[in-house]
Design a protein around this ligand. Structure first.
Ligand SMILES: NC(=O)c1ccc[n+]([C@@H]2O[C@H](COP(=O)([O-])OP(=O)(O)OC[C@H]3O[C@@H](n4cnc5c(N)ncnc54)[C@H](O)[C@@H]3O)[C@@H](O)[C@H]2O)c1
Ligand SMILES: Nc1ncnc2c1ncn2[C@@H]1O[C@H](COP(=O)(O)OP(=O)(O)OP(=O)(O)O)[C@@H](O)[C@H]1O
Length: 278
């Protein structure tokens, strides 16, 4: 059987491109059909396609840091992803570069023999306008609502609604809703709790609120609304990259997205990973 694999290497990263080239060689020798992303295609001899065209392949390998994996996840939906860590933190990428060849070859052999690979599904969040017609790309880490700019003087008033009931309202730099995956990212810097990956919850965390309430842990099916007012403009942002301009007063609805992200290959040990954050 011909296994379809996509490889995305962090742009402008020579180490990532070199590793991508050796994966292309090894996988083609195994009889797999391999494509790389267009930026990598300029440096590596292989068929190149846009990253979103890799959706539906049996495996996509992301070589880079957490930012690269978040980017790949945004583009390929629930296509199985393996993360190889070449970044500084690499919380989302379980595989070290030296192990990449062995792990990817083993996964392709498994796909050949069984047609499937084991993995785990990571929840994502959908953010959309309540009083305007827009939605953001689903977030693997968090959805954030903030005023015209981050930091002092850039805040706004944000009211948090939980299943139609008001939790709290305060002037703040912003408010974020994090998945368990995102609990170790921005959420942690803003005083939110660590969430163990096996816990199915969402966390709502205020950012530098003047009348701060503790971060609120809710069940994943909760409908969360963030209503922002008292500033000239505001933004809703998914995973730090995909943003929507808001004209306050504006209400953003945040809920579980239908499509999760599927990570395959060895699972990172959550507690070992925490050492990287110090
Ligand atoms: N103050 C902060 O902690 C802070 C600031 C900006 C962005 N971020 C996070 O980075 C993500 C991407 O945003 P960007 O593209 O603007 O920044 P980026 O890609 O430069 O990432 C910022 C840092 O967050 C780390 N990171 C990302 N996801 C993580 C996770 N799930 N667990 C632990 N660390 C993680 C990255 O390795 C990197 O060191 C956002 O979703 C946000 O959670 C965090
Ligand atoms: N092959 C690629 N094609 C197009 N865009 C890319 C590619 N690789 C990375 N990018 C862009 O770069 C961003 C990720 O790069 P970023 O600088 O955040 O690195 P990183 O993977 O987090 O690594 P580090 O931990 O070293 O910062 C993605 O959001 C995406 O916009």
């Amino acid at each position: 059987m011909d296994v379809d694999v996509g490889i995305v290497a962090q742009r402008d990263n020579e180490r990532a491109q070199t590793l991508a080239a050796s994966l292309v060689d090894a996988l083609e020798r195994e009889g797999a059909s391999v494509v790389v992303d267009e930026a990598t295609g300029e440096a590596v001899e292989a068929a190149a396609v846009p990253v979103d065209a890799m959706a539906g392949r049996e495996l996509v390998v992301s070589i880079g840091g957490d930012g690269t994996l978040l980017f790949v996840a945004r583009e390929v939906g629930s296509t199985p992803i393996l993360g190889v860590n070449l970044g500084e933190v690499g919380f989302l990428n379980a595989v070290a570069p030296d192990d990449a060849l062995g792990v990817v070859t083993a996964l392709v052999t498994e796909l050949n023999e069984t047609g499937t690979v084991e993995g785990r599904d990571l929840a994502r969040l959908r953010a959309s306008g309540v009083d305007a017609d827009w939605s953001l790309e689903p977030a693997l880490n968090e959805v954030l609502v903030h005023g015209p700019r981050r930091g002092s003087g850039g805040g706004a008033t944000v009211e948090i609604g939980i299943d139609g009931q008001r939790y709290t309202e305060s002037h703040a730099d912003g408010v974020l809703v994090a998945t368990p995956t995102g609990s170790t990212a921005y959420n942690l810097s803003e005083g939110g709790p660590l969430v163990h990956p096996a816990a199915e919850t969402l966390v709502v965390t205020q950012m530098a609120a003047t009348r701060a309430m503790p971060p609120l842990v809710v069940e994943p099916e909760t409908e969360i609304t963030l209503t922002i007012s008292g500033s000239e403009s505001a933004y809703a942002i998914s995973d730090g990259r995909n943003r929507q301009h808001l004209e306050p007063p504006a209400t953003v609805a945040v809920s579980l997205a239908e499509e999760s992200v599927r990570l395959v290959g060895p699972q990172a040990n959550f507690f070992d990973g925490l050492d990287k954050l110090e």
